[in-house]
Design a protein around this ligand. Structure first.
Ligand SMILES: Nc1ncnc2c1ncn2[C@@H]1O[C@H](COP(=O)(O)OP(=O)(O)OP(=O)(O)O)[C@@H](O)[C@H]1O
Ligand SMILES: [Mg+2]
Length: 267
């Protein structure tokens, strides 16, 4: 499901932003991403903000609260959250605006080590005591055998959505945005999910695994757990691609097939 991005901020939203951050002098649209009704660059007299919003009756409005709950645990890993308001029919998050482009995930990109540096910082954050999705629950419908789910258990905070649009290359390094689907699980899952995006951007499975191997938890990844995840991701992306109205998921579906064949092909 994707949500139509609003071209202009509704009056109620502008009023809420002004209450939190002062008079608005300029609003620009942000095109990347597909899930927020509002994603805007907002300049007030004092601040430059990124404002993300969903109507309070939207089925995914819980992701807004999740991002707000996580923000104190990911300082320096994510842009700073200035405020979260739920009023007048809207849930809004106001972040510091970060200047920078999206990460380049193609082979040899200088962004790859920078992304890994931030990922390694995230690997040191234990899952906070807040409501979080659990990887075993998220993946339960895609395993062959429910016993495979035990590979994914763990107490690490995982970002899980490694679309390069969720990685901003800022002056001080890579920052991760879009924490609504953050989850609890085994620490090696994040680099394993990242490598699928690397494959989708031109890496071979061997090259992508070798980039992922720079993650501090990679050596803890049980080979059978990686095999199980590769299989699960193939099913997951098959299902996302089948449900999509457009072709955005196709490269990820192909990447998931390539990784599964690399790990699980019968010789
Ligand atoms: N703090 C920030 N500063 C500058 N730009 C940001 C900031 N946070 C997000 N962005 C930009 O806005 C885009 C959309 O933000 P985000 O990914 O959080 O929401 P979304 O795209 O609607 O969600 P989804 O990716 O699930 O569709 C990002 O891809 C990024 O380009
Ligand atoms: Mg996003």
């Amino acid at each position: 499901m994707s949500t139509q991005r609003l071209a202009e901020l509704p009056d109620a939203v502008l009023r809420l932003i002004e209450k939190a951050s002062g008079p608005v002098v300029d609003v620009g649209t942000v095109n990347a991403g597909r899930n927020s009704a509002i994603a805007a660059r907002v300049r007030t007299t004092e601040h430059k903000l990124f404002v993300k919003g969903l109507p309070l009756d939207h089925p995914w409005v819980w992701t807004q609260k999740r991002e707000a709950d996580i923000s104190p645990y990911v300082r320096g890993i994510a842009p700073e959250l200035d405020w979260h308001v739920e009023a007048d029919g809207w849930s809004l998050l106001g972040f510091d605006y970060v200047e920078g482009g999206h990460a380049d995930f193609t082979p040899g990109s200088p962004d790859l080590p920078a992304v890994m540096t931030t990922m390694a910082r995230l690997a040191e954050v234990p899952a906070p005591d807040i409501e979080l999705k659990d990887m075993t629950h998220r993946l339960r419908t895609y395993v062959d055998d429910p016993a495979d789910l035990s590979w994914f258990e763990g107490n690490s905070l995982l970002h899980t959505e490694w679309n390069p649009h969720n990685v901003i290359m800022a002056d001080g390094g890579a920052l991760f945005v879009d924490w609504g689907w953050a989850s609890r699980g085994a620490a090696w899952i994040d680099p394993a999910l990242w490598l699928l995006w690397l494959i989708a951007h031109g890496h071979t499975p061997v090259q992508a695994e070798s980039e992922a191997a720079a993650h501090p938890a990679w050596e803890l990844a049980p080979p059978a757990g990686l095999d199980a995840l590769a299989h699960v991701q193939r099913r997951l992306w098959d299902s996302i691609a089948a449900e999509s109205e457009d072709d955005w998921a196709k490269p990820m579906q192909r990447a998931a097939h390539a990784w599964d064949e690399h790990r699980n092909a019968v010789a």
